[in-house]
Design a protein around this ligand. Sequence first.
Ligand SMILES: Cc1ncc(COP(=O)(O)O)c(C=O)c1O
Length: 359
Amino acid sequence: MDYYFRKDLKNIDHTVSIDVPRCDNMLCLNESPYDPYQIVHDEFHQIMKRVSLNRYFSEVTGEIQEELIKYVGHGVDSHNMIFGNGADEMLYYLFTSLRDSPEDYILSLSPSYFDYKSYSRAVGMNVKFLNLNPDFDFDLKKYITLTRNKHCRLAVLCNPNNPTGNLLNYEKILEVINRVEIPVLIDETYYEFSKVTLLDEVMKRDDLLVIRSFSKAFSAAGLRFGYMLGNEKLISEIAKVKTAFNSSILVQAFALAILKNKETFLKKVEEISKSRDEIYAKLNLLPHVKIFPTATNFIPFSFGRRSDELFNFLIEKDIALRQIGAHPLLKNFLRVTAGTKQQNQYFFNQVKKWVSAAF
Ligand SMILES: Cc1ncc(COP(=O)(O)O)c(C=O)c1O
């Protein structure tokens, strides 16, 4: 039978799926524990009164742009931005606009966000990885060398990095930006937790992009809203592969309602960060634990070879975590997302119970 599809797809043996346990306490996907509808219900319905879903165009598009410009600051305006279905869709557009040949690749550190691989594969590109050092720093010289190839189209730095949770050294990021000769993407999906941004640099240069998300700080993973920021020249090139109606008016209306209530969400970020620090401190005191500091809403930790046992024990207690041990640097590690104060307390009590029985 003829193969009708792109040749490189033939050898890929699976579709992208996310395999996580379904529990009452979903502490596995770095989501927010708060349902945004409870917070913006009235605002959203007010906005919807003037939105006609029978139309392709709505004034809401201009309004969300204005609100985003105000929120992002740093001199960004509408020419510096693309938005759509999550930070993920920004990756898709960016990779699509950069890919020229099947040998092309993007460069990422490893371990890092798994979807760099899925999206590069989706557009027929490869990914090359440079392993992080055991302290989650990276070798600048090696990184730069890997970019010096005509097929290296983009250097990606996830800051803070998922799943390790750490911020990369700011000066080192600047060195990468200054020394590589290809565009650099900084993934700032966890920006509101880390409060570190490269946006000042973005505005000065025509080879640097930032992506951000509404899935974490703005509590809206299911909404699918994210944005990319860059110099006007870069953004106008990427916009050539963006479809006209990629972003739903309904989603934009909800995202607008969120931005009009941003203080409430940002206050929740502070609460989540505080309770994340509390679980970190408590976990850190348990015997046999290995744990890494974090600038995000999640914590990587391990009990060595016994981690899988804990993972399964917690599922029985209706708590889902993520197993992130695929990379040797994180062998046997689990990742817990900070939930509500009560969820965190429940999680910690169960871990403590397991530890006293296990060791
Ligand atoms: C580092 C990183 N980048 C991007 C994303 C995707 O964000 P979004 O839900 O906005 O597509 C995630 C989601 O977990 C992430 O951790």
